[in-house]
Design a binder for this molecule. Structure first.
Ligand code: HEM
Ligand SMILES: N[C@@H](CC(=O)c1ccccc1NC=O)C(=O)O
Length: 372
């Protein structure tokens, strides 16, 4: 007997096209009253919110994975795929700003004032992405009106809103990715069992090797016939660089931190340096892919913020935002400051050339064999 197609299986019911097409009516809920620019403005925002929704799903899955102790090695590839999807989404989404840029300044001014005090600042899903990644509240740039970013999510009469509820739920939904990823990194066996003494010895050897590199660089400068005064200036810079690197690696860069916190930071930083420095060892292949994907992700988001600011500058210049911020100045600051994975960036300043990376005693522990 021929099988019947289950009812409801067609494009329009599955994709919910008719429902989707009723959502572009703006504040008056009547699309016929809106011009093409405003409908485009609404559609582009809706498209972004849908992308944000997917990003949140991927980040939640990855965060849940890194919450496990231990993190199952055979699931690392899935986390990399999640991060890569987030990167691809942001890279695509950044191009949607070009659609906005088909609108001239005067076209936009036709409907802009009615938007006050609404603003992209009230995108709860972007805030959720920041929270889930682990952006610290102290890093947030003040919007230029009273209270925290959460206050901006209240309704105009000061009451709670669906956007605020969304953000509160996210804040209560567990630790951010940064925290669990760093915890995982701190458990990296650094040339042996993860033990504070082993970690410290590894870091000290690493710093010693960095010191050795200074002489070589000074010699290069001399060979390039720089003046003695220039060479001296360079030497001072290199020495300051190593002092900074040492303070970073041995977690002496934050005098307020207690010893237990420092020990945790040393373990995270040693894990990072170890994975990056011996990235060709087979057992480090997936951890290093994780680090690359996380950097890609943060970079894609920074570029998204920066690109948004350039679009804004082009469309409205440097005027005050409808949300009450300084506009482009505010957005440019967020693009510089909103970083989450500081240590993964910072470790790039301290890595060494392959020939001078300290040798490790137990390289065979980090291999695997496919062939016999
Ligand atoms: C012509 C188009 C646009 C203009 C002129 C514009 C302008 C601005 C301005 C001035 C701000 C600063 C807050 C304020 O005081 O209002 C802002 C924030 C924001 N906008 Fe837009 N925007 C546009 C389109 C978009 C689009 C398409 C998105 C996509 C979701 C978006 C997302 C955001 C977000 C998430 C923020 C908050 C940024 C943060 O606080 O980190 N904007 N926008
Ligand atoms: N902040 C923008 C207005 C704006 O773009 C906007 C207004 C309401 C809802 C979303 C918006 N998009 C991004 O900020 C402006 O100052 O023109």
């Amino acid at each position: 007997m021929q099988q019947k197609t289950p009812p409801g299986t067609n494009y329009w019911d599955y994709i919910r096209v008719e429902d989707l097409l009723t959502l572009q009516g703006g504040m008056g809920r009547d699309e016929s009253q809106l011009g093409n620019d405003e409908v485009m403005f609404i559609v582009v925002h809706q498209v972004y919110e849908l992308w944000f929704k997917l990003v949140l799903r991927e980040l939640t899955t990855a965060r849940d994975l890194f919450m496990k102790e231990p993190v199952p090695d055979n699931e690392l590839a899935a986390a990399v795929r999640s991060f890569r999807r987030v990167v691809t989404i942001f890279q695509q989404a950044v191009n949607h700003f070009q659609v906005m840029e088909t609108m001239t300044t005067r076209d936009y001014l036709e409907f802009r004032d009615q938007l006050i005090p609404a603003s992209g600042f009230q995108s709860a899903q972007l805030r959720e992405i920041e929270i889930l990644l682990g952006l610290e509240d102290e890093r947030r740039v003040p919007l230029g009106r009273e209270g925290s970013y959460k206050e901006a999510l209240r309704s105009p009469d000061g009451s709670a809103s669906v956007a605020l509820a969304r953000v509160e739920t996210r804040l209560a939904s567990g630790p951010p990715l940064r925290e669990v990823l760093y915890r995982w990194l701190s458990r990296t066996p650094v040339d042996g069992p993860s033990d504070p003494q082993v970690v410290r010895r590894f870091l000290e050897k690493f710093v010693a090797s960095m010191r050795g590199e200074i002489e070589r660089r000074v010699q290069i400068a001399l060979d390039k016939a720089l003046t003695p005064a220039d060479v001296e200036r360079l030497r001072e810079r290199y020495e300051a660089e190593v002092r900074h690197a040492e303070a970073f690696l041995l977690a002496e860069d934050d005098p307020g931190a207690d010893e237990a916190t420092r020990e945790k930071r040393r373990a995270i930083r040693a894990g990072l340096v170890f994975i990056e420095s011996y990235r060709e060892l087979p057992r480090l292949a997936w951890p290093r892919e994780i680090l690359d994907a996380v950097i890609d992700m943060e970079q894609a988001m920074l570029i998204w913020r920066q690109r948004h600011a350039r679009m804004v500058e082009r469309v409205i210049g440097r005027r005050t935002g409808t949300g009450g911020s300084a506009g482009v100045d505010y957005l440019d600051q967020t693009a510089l400051r909103y970083r989450v994975f500081h240590d993964i960036w910072a470790v790039r300043t301290v890595l060494l050339r392959k020939p001078v990376v300290p040798s490790i005693a137990r390289a065979e522990d980090y291999g695997f064999r496919i062939e016999d």
